[in-house]
Design a protein around this ligand. Structure first.
Ligand code: HEC
Ligand code: HEC
Length: 336
């Protein structure tokens, strides 16, 4: 059985006394800089040294391996089965093996499934949610829900959230907040930012950079046939902009000190996700539409019909505020 460390127990006790769900026992005081988010209440992920040495622990280790070296195991030439349609790894988006604050982490994920999902308009369990990413960002086919691989990834996520209250969110488990500009995203400005700050790693044509054996990527692709699908979460401009703001350019940006402004993050995300200049793989099974209940459709989802009167272009590239205001005025859900 996994035993939480004494430190983790103390942190947990202090946190519950304070009524805070996630907290850091050694909050460093940062310089007064309006661009810096105060680091006061981040959940500390468990140390991999504490993964137990039993059958559960073996599955946790394998699950972590799958998140980090996904293509090797379940990629187009995977040794455990050929499921992914590209050679990206989960960790390319779920940073630090799914443990980084504001980096699409899995810290609170396990306890929040099964969960209603608007895109399918039904309740999905965690294995089905994992398969969503296998099918859409990885452009692949779903793993059997009773496979060792799904089980292992679920074990890893379960282990990660051992100290997270079931069903709760913790600080940093969503993307960083962003202010929506009053204008539409500017693709030209995005192109300039891309050339100056991103192309050095992700390539002039967004193709990424292979490892020497071409088995996977040193720098993953951002568009083209080997990237994520249209309609996947990262293909939405706001979602991608929020990821970029806290994490890219790699090594320069952190959630504590983002590198791009909100407008720049939106402009560069719009440039990357503009299907008129940057095609990407399309959803395979078109018989089931995304968001069968259109009022649950994410605002930045690129194809209609919508429950409001705004165009596909405005939904994709903004300005988003008029759409938000319209939905609020008509008592409709505002979902991103
Ligand atoms: C190209 C980027 C990308 C890749 C690669 C990717 N994902 Fe995701 N994943 C996302 C985004 C974006 C979200 C939505 C996050 C949000 O809305 O906060 C997401 C969400 C998830 C969630 C739901 C998390 C939660 O707390 O609700 C799970 C589980 C997940 N991904 C698993 C995986 C697994 C496993 C892999 C590898 C097989 C993978 N993802 C690969 C981008 C990606
Ligand atoms: C120094 C190299 C470097 C620079 C510069 C850089 N990135 Fe990245 N980027 C990475 C790496 C490495 C990853 C994968 C992270 C991992 O696997 O841990 C990544 C992942 C991503 C991802 C998610 C994975 C995918 O391929 O869809 C996006 C989106 C992204 N970067 C966008 C950008 C944008 C936009 C910029 C410029 C503002 C940028 N990056 C600049 C290295 C870089």
């Amino acid at each position: 059985m996994y035993k939480p460390s004494l430190k983790a127990l103390i942190v947990l006790a202090v946190c519950s006394v304070a009524g805070i769900l996630a907290c850091n026992n050694s909050a460093p005081s940062l310089k007064d800089d309006s661009n810096v988010i105060k680091d006061t209440s981040m959940f500390i992920p468990p140390d991999t040294n504490t993964i137990p040495h039993d059958q559960f622990g073996e599955m946790v280790r394998y699950g972590r391996e799958l998140i980090v070296n996904t293509a090797y195991y379940i990629g187009p030439n995977g040794i455990a089965g050929k499921y992914l349609g590209n050679k990206m790894n989960c960790r390319n988006c779920h940073l630090d093996a799914g443990t980084r604050p504001f980096g699409s982490n899995f810290l609170s994920t396990h306890g929040r499934y099964p969960q209603y999902r608007g895109r399918e308009n039904r309740v999905l369990n965690l294995g089905e949610r994992i398969n969503n990413c296998v099918e859409r960002p990885h452009n692949g086919k779903p793993l059997p829900l009773d496979s060792k691989e799904i089980n292992a990834m679920e074990c890893y996520m379960r282990w990660l959230s051992a100290n997270v209250p079931v069903g709760q969110h913790i600080n940093g488990d969503e993307y960083i907040e962003i202010e929506y500009p009053d204008r539409a995203a500017d693709i030209q400005k995005g192109a300039v930012i891309y050339a100056a700050e991103c192309a050095v790693c992700h390539g002039k044509d967004g193709e990424g950079k292979w490892t020497p054996d071409s088995a996977t990527y040193t720098f993953p692709p951002l568009w083209g046939p080997k990237s994520y699908q249209n309609g996947s979460s990262p293909s939405r401009v706001v979602k991608l902009a929020r990821f970029i703001k806290a994490n890219m350019p790699d090594k320069k940006a952190t959630w504590r000190k983002p590198y791009l402004t909100d407008e720049q993050s939106i402009d560069v995300a719009a440039f990357i996700n503009d299907g008129r200049i940057h095609p990407r793989p399309q959803k395979k099974d078109k018989t089931i539409p995304d968001y069968p209940d259109i009022k649950m459709k994410a605002i930045d989802y690129e194809s209609g019909p919508y429950i409001d009167t705004f165009s596909e272009m405005q939904h994709k590239f903004g300005p988003y505020k008029p759409i938000i205001d319209y939905r609020k005025a008509h008592n409709l859900p505002v979902i991103f």
